[in-house]
Ligand binder design. Sequence first.
Ligand code: SF4
Ligand code: SF4
Length: 334
Amino acid sequence: MLKKTVIGAASTAVLGSLIENSAFASAPEKPAEDNRPPAVRKIERYLTNFLKNDPRNKLVDFENATIWEAPLFAYASADDPLFEKLKTPGIVGPAHISPSEWLPGAKTVISYFFPFSEKVRSSNYADGMPSFGWVAARVKGEIYKNQAGTELLPLITSLGGKAIVPINDPRFTTDRGTPERKWTIPTWSERHVAYIAGLGTFGLNKSLITKRGAAGRFGSVVTTLELPVTQRPYSEPYSYCPHLVNGGCGACIPRCPVKAVFDKPKEEMINTKDDLICGQFYGNLLRTTPQTYHGYRAGCGKCVTAVPCEFGIPAPDTKRVAWVKDRVVQHFVG
Ligand code: SF4
Ligand code: SF4
């Protein structure tokens, strides 16, 4: 039951200055002097063009909107000791599989971020229920993103390497453990892998904030190709989230319709968002409104849209009061 609805300060006006438009015009991103190995250039060009030209990157049931803008890439050494650290309980967990366990002889993990298009993101700016465009993009885009990884495999073979896409492998599973546990433990966490590869750092809402923001999804390929490793431009897991650095921002807290993002910084990121409440919201509420969402069922994404980390890295001095003070939050009970 909807208990109370008072839409907060207009998010779209504030966000206008934060948003860049379609990224395909400038894709693929390259350094000023592109001295990367040909294999890297081929991989990035292939995946970027795949998104740009493939009709499956359009939402036919949402104004033919583009789902994914141009991807970001980063490369981790398969031997990076942080992969073993992911097995630590409370980080990901013992079930997490390291690159050389996925693929013996693995040398590199190719990690990529697909940002949602401006049209999809902006459709979700109003407080409350997720937009149809967001939910459709989240569901169809996820399937398509996972397929995109598989599309890279023949190219990697032609370059002389072996590769697998962990999320498409039968060994990929997610486990809730006990009903009380508020988060799932996957055998491969794309966000943690992206952190290791240098794509971004974690936010209060447990998203990973990249230079193209947090409103998107991550994928990866483990390969025996030896590719240059990306130097992480940060040294700790929360550098890009002002709330977790200095108590600023906090815009994702009132954005959540079910109060699953907590109003305080915590040492452990697993405690800053209640995945159980989040999952129940989109699992139950969206399932009860199939006519609105055409049967699609996915995360509502309010905590990564109409917030300063939506499409970029927030300014370190982003003030919390400016975002939260005059907002009354829509929430659901029952
Ligand atoms: S909205 Fe603000 S507090 Fe929340 S994750 Fe993004 S930067 Fe951090
Ligand atoms: S996806 Fe929606 S329900 Fe889940 S934490 Fe974010 S805003 Fe809350």
